[in-house]
Design a protein around this ligand. Structure first.
Ligand code: TMP
Length: 212
């Protein structure tokens, strides 16, 4: 491949992104593709330090500082990991990217305030790299909550937020998908098995590679 493919997985917590990331890596690697799976916030050593601050920092940041910290982590992740991997022709699959900042900070925290959405769009344009294709995984909140409880991982700042916040985030993702129908594919993860969702995503990624 002359140039790589940048794929992102998006959605609220507990919709099955980590399972899909794992299944995608092994499905694409077994077809002979060079695949980098990564995540945000984080993905590079410096950005993982910022992840700790964002998710578990003792003191809450102001909204603008929180957005800029997500973008500082994202810039480091792009510069140190994603851009070099794409330049080598790899398929990069990233668990969350700027759509998460739009959904969580823009629609969740700022309740869709136009100036905040605009700030996030401008920061994204300055980064200079959009995903080629994004899969938005969705599941009803009660299904997602059961999955989260079963996972038993430490509860981060965003998971502690109230149900109204999570409802705004999910509605935000749906709105982002409506505005980006060319890039974003929506998948209901509770309606199919993880393997079925995985083959749909693999098929879609392979058709993108064939078109490139
Ligand atoms: P996760 O990777 O385990 O889903 O946790 C990351 C958390 O960070 C999740 O609650 C979503 C949140 N987040 C934001 O609020 N804004 C962002 O830009 C990103 C990438 C994640």
């Amino acid at each position: 491949m002359a140039k790589g493919l940048f794929v992102t997985l998006e959605g609220s917590e507990g919709v099955g992104k980590s399972t899909q990331l794992r299944l995608l890596h092994s499905a694409l690697a077994s077809l002979g593709h060079d695949v980098l799976t990564t995540r945000e916030p984080g993905g590079s050593p410096g950005a993982e330090d910022l992840r700790q601050l964002l998710l578990f920092g003792k003191n809450p940041l102001s909204l603008r500082a929180e957005i800029l910290t997500h973008f500082a982590a994202r810039a480091d992740h792009l510069d140190q990991m994603i851009t070099p991997a794409l330049a080598e022709g790899q398929i990069v699959i990233c668990d969350r990217f700027t759509d998460s900042t739009m959904a969580y900070q823009g629609y969740g925290r700022a309740e869709g305030e136009p100036d905040v959405l605009d700030m996030i769009s401008r920061l994204q344009s300055q980064l200079g790299r959009d995903p080629d294709v994004t899969f938005l995984l969705e599941a009803p909140r009660d299904v997602a909550r059961l999955r989260l409880a079963a996972r038993g991982a430490p509860v981060d700042r965003y998971e502690q937020s109230d149900e109204a916040f999570h409802a705004r985030v999910s509605a935000g993702f749906r709105e982002i998908a409506r505005q980006n129908t060319g890039r974003i594919r929506r998948l209901q993860t509770d309606a199919h098995s993880a393997e079925e969702i995985n083959s749909l995503i693999v098929k879609d990624i392979l058709s993108h590679i064939a078109q490139a």
